[in-house]
Ligand binder design. Structure first.
Ligand SMILES: [Zn+2]
Length: 143
């Protein structure tokens, strides 16, 4: 089952990346990280996936732990370190190159005005062909 393994590796990398990006925005509790990652990735990671990763980031010096007092309760928050920030921005640069290519492949052009559309193109079948437009009025003018 090589393909499954590959996909897991990709998810783990994505989780790692998003986790650092989240912590880049501010300190967070472990379970907030899990929730927020779930929102962003569309699939909630398990605690068994997240805590070992946080531990590894701590060992690598990318993340530190802090105890915060919330009322009478003590809660652990995770914070990104300077080293972690450097690592995250390096990752971000790498990812933005990849994303740039991916986004460019997704862009279509409006058949009428020629503007670039990233998402939400207006599709219409004209003379047996499905054409992409940026909006309904472009589709109308085209006919
Ligand atoms: Zn248009």
């Amino acid at each position: 089952m090589l393909s499954v393994k590959k996909e897991e590796g990709f998810m783990t990398n994505l989780v790692k990346f998003y986790m650092l990006m989240l912590l880049h925005e501010g300190p967070m509790h472990g379970y907030d990280i899990i929730d927020e990652l779930g929102n962003r990735l569309g699939k909630k990671p398990s605690a068994g996936q997240i805590y070992p990763l946080l531990k590894r980031f701590q060992n690598m010096g990318y993340v530190s732990q802090e105890i915060r007092h919330v009322g009478k309760k003590k809660r652990k928050v995770y914070k990104i370190t300077r080293k972690g920030r450097n690592f995250a921005s390096g990752l971000l640069n790498k990812f933005s190159d990849i994303l740039d290519v991916a986004v460019r492949q997704k862009i279509t052009k409006c058949s009428h005005c020629g503007c670039e559309i990233y998402r939400g193109e207006y599709r219409q079948k004209i003379r047996g062909r499905i054409l992409n437009f940026c909006c309904a009025s472009c589709a109308k003018s085209f006919r």
